[in-house]
Design a protein around this ligand. Structure first.
Ligand code: PLP
Length: 234
């Protein structure tokens, strides 16, 4: 077994345990293996070990990596901050963009997706901790943003994403995850049309078990799959 296959094995069993512990259906929780900074060859190892959804943060890096791996049946998700001028690349590569946080970006994704006759699936990134340093819209502004975005026919809102403040004790992230869950329930009640609200993207290596308990459907886990990243995050 390669080290990555071994990591995936251990991670899957931790996910399974956490899902069972709160009585959820295992099919409602998917792992997005965050492969940012790792080369295509490393991703290939994870694919060989049965992983088929990967998360990337940087467009230039993703353009190269996905080209190398284009013959393989994998789904790519974008989880980083997306600049409007990269929207054209993004719609060509990614099945799901987790980080939409403005009308301007949604409008540009809609325009670029239309050009290639695609309906781009997106999530709204919510800054649940109201931190100045993080991207995302604050919770109060999410219903308004969704109201604006839902008229764009080439994007489809699938749910919400958050990156809570960092805590040494992961339990302290629970209220933030839980707030995202409540917000998604509220939006679902208000928007029966064109807004699915079926995905909650939350939980990383340090806190995915807590996120599962709060209702996460997409776990974005990097370090527990690939090991520590060199040079940190750009
Ligand atoms: C890097 C990153 C992750 C993965 O973090 P790990 O702690 O390595 O699991 C998840 N979400 C986002 C938005 C990231 O940038």
């Amino acid at each position: 077994m390669t080290p990555i296959a071994d990591n995936l094995d251990k991670l899957r069993s931790r996910i399974r345990k956490a899902v069972q512990a709160c009585g959820r259906n295992p099919e409602t929780v998917r792992l997005v293996a965050v492969s940012k900074t790792f080369p295509a060859e490393t991703v290939r190892e994870a694919i060989a070990a049965g992983q088929n959804v990967f998360g990337e943060n940087y467009i230039q890096e993703a353009v190269k990596k996905t080209a190398i791996l284009s013959s393989l049946p994998v789904s790519w998700h974008f989880i980083g901050h997306l600049q409007t001028n990269k929207a054209g690349h993004a719609v060509r590569i990614f099945d799901l963009i987790h980080s939409v946080d403005s009308i301007h970006l949604g409008e540009e994704l809609n325009r670029q997706a239309k050009k290639i006759s695609k309906v781009q699936k997106i999530l709204i990134q919510v800054n649940t901790g109201q931190e100045d340093t993080k991207s995302g819209v604050c919770a109060d502004d999410v219903p308004g943003l969704i109201n604006e975005l839902k008229r764009f026919e080439n994007i489809s809102i699938q749910g919400l994403m958050t990156l809570p403040p960092f805590f040494d004790d992961p339990q302290r992230a629970y209220p933030y995850f839980s707030a995202l869950h409540e917000l998604s329930d509220q939006i679902r009640r208000e928007n029966p049309h064109r807004v699915e609200m079926k995905e909650l993207s939350m939980g990383m290596t340090g806190d995915f078990e807590v996120a599962i308990k709060a209702g996460a459907t997409l776990l974005r886990v990097g370090t527990a799959v690939f090991g520590k990243r060199n040079g940190g995050d750009r």
